[in-house]
Design a protein around this ligand. Sequence first.
Ligand SMILES: NC(=O)C1=CN([C@@H]2O[C@H](COP(=O)(O)OP(=O)(O)OC[C@H]3O[C@@H](n4cnc5c(N)ncnc54)[C@H](O)[C@@H]3O)[C@@H](O)[C@H]2O)C=CC1
Ligand SMILES: O=C(O)C1=N[C@H](C(=O)O)C[C@H](O)C1
Length: 228
Amino acid sequence: MRVLVLGVGKTGKLVAQVAAEHGHSVHVLDAKENKDGAGLTHPFVAGFDVIIDFTAPEAVVQNMRACLATGAKMVIGTTGWYDKLADMRGLAERKGAALLYGTNYSVGVQVMFQVAAQMTKALEGAGYTFSIEETHHVTKLDSPSGTALSLAEAVEKAGGLGKIPIEAHRSGDAAGTHVLVAQSAADKLILTHESHSRRGFAEGAVRAAEWLSTRTGCYDFRDVWMKL
Ligand SMILES: NC(=O)C1=CN([C@@H]2O[C@H](COP(=O)(O)OP(=O)(O)OC[C@H]3O[C@@H](n4cnc5c(N)ncnc54)[C@H](O)[C@@H]3O)[C@@H](O)[C@H]2O)C=CC1
Ligand SMILES: O=C(O)C1=N[C@H](C(=O)O)C[C@H](O)C1
């Protein structure tokens, strides 16, 4: 597969490495070669089977506009842009493109979402209140993390009472820790996922790209990770 990785930062660099390890031919573009999406011309984009984006909230929407308009296939790892999801979905559908997005490409976090929903249902009516804490590196641009928002959504959908509060911490180079707490007058239940490196994100994103390469349409990683 010919893979284009947008963003050669902490995560994109590893995504490019993992894609090469999987035997794909990999090209990368960082900010200076792609100011405001200017590097993503139709003929350039047409040279790739799939494009993976780990850039920044303000860059990813321009990148999606440029690539999806050509009917390209994109895996989006970047978080913090979901107010534009309906627009991007519409564009992908109109152009016969493929769009797969996810707040967290590690399998462990996907399992956490499922366990959180089960935990919420099991505790329903038993006097528990829920809260979430997330910790990431100090350079993270969005807050709270996309994963924390997905976790809150999983709990809220499963019947957690009202809006779940999220506390965000920024510390050193933390790759990402998410903690769900259910507290009652009598006890406390804690569900934690801790990323020790960014490898899990990169592996998940490359597997997602391999899966997407034969498809069109829009997909949320939460709905497809088990099929990869
Ligand atoms: N969904 C997931 O599993 C994960 C998502 N992320 C998200 O990925 C994004 C990137 O995270 P990091 O790697 O930590 O950030 P980073 O700041 O280390 O890297 C971002 C890179 O994107 C580049 N960039 C900015 N604008 C660009 C453009 N127009 N074209 C090409 N490159 C451009 C920057 O120069 C930088 O090298 C964040 O939104 C983060 O939340 C990070 C890890 C896992
Ligand atoms: O910026 C990061 O580092 C991460 N971002 C994603 C998020 O916002 O949830 C995924 C992971 O937690 C790492």
